[in-house]
Design a protein around this ligand. Structure first.
Ligand SMILES: Cc1cc2nc3c(=O)[nH]c(=O)nc-3n(C[C@H](O)[C@H](O)[C@H](O)COP(=O)(O)OP(=O)(O)OC[C@H]3O[C@@H](n4cnc5c(N)ncnc54)[C@H](O)[C@@H]3O)c2cc1C
Length: 134
């Protein structure tokens, strides 16, 4: 793939859930933990940094003070919107469908299968499961 065009003539894929567990593991190793089901409701800048109101999993609200707020809240980021930071990216016009499923297919573990037509394409690749299978 890409032979003669790049010095990296191959495709490497890292499954998203694997990427996520690497990041979570890194945080855990540094005594930092992700609080799930916890929503940032609003925030204000003040002289000491940021004051933020969180909605906790039990529905209660908590106000925390922090030196910084990092907006990593995805494409609909309320942090970006509130700070009026423009979204530099673009949205694909085409619709993409992703299906995670168990299937019996005759594709080697280290290969992916792509099929192209004039206006569409389909791709199939293995994705390891928690039980070590595919
Ligand atoms: C179906 C699909 C499959 C993909 N597969 C891959 C893949 O295999 N490998 C790969 O590299 N990339 C993959 N991508 C792309 C990848 O998902 C994105 O590029 C990446 O997730 C963007 O990361 P992010 O942290 O910026 O945003 P996000 O992953 O969107 O994370 C934002 C997080 O912020 C949270 N959030 C939003 N608002 C608030 C709030 N007010 N309070 C608290 N939390 C909030 C959201 O719940 C979310 O968890 C895939 C994307 C899709 C849609």
């Amino acid at each position: 793939m890409g032979t003669g065009l790049t010095q990296f003539p191959y495709l490497l894929m890292l499954e998203q859930s694997h990427t996520e567990s690497i990041l979570v593991e890194f945080l855990n190793d540094h005594n930092r933990h992700v609080d799930r089901q916890t929503e940032l409701k609003s925030f204000i800048n003040n002289d000491n940094g940021v004051s933020a109101i969180l909605k906790l999993p039990d529905g209660k609200e908590e106000t925390i003070a922090a030196k910084y707020l990092v907006g990593a809240d995805g494409t609909d980021s309320m942090v970006r919107e509130q700070l009026k930071i423009p979204f530099g990216g673009k949205t694909y016009e085409q619709s993409l469908f992703v299906l995670d499923c168990k299937a019996k297919v005759d594709i080697p573990d280290d290969e992916m299968y792509l099929a192209f037509s004039d206006n569409a394409f389909g791709g199939f690749f293995h994705s390891p499961t928690d039980d070590g299978g595919y």
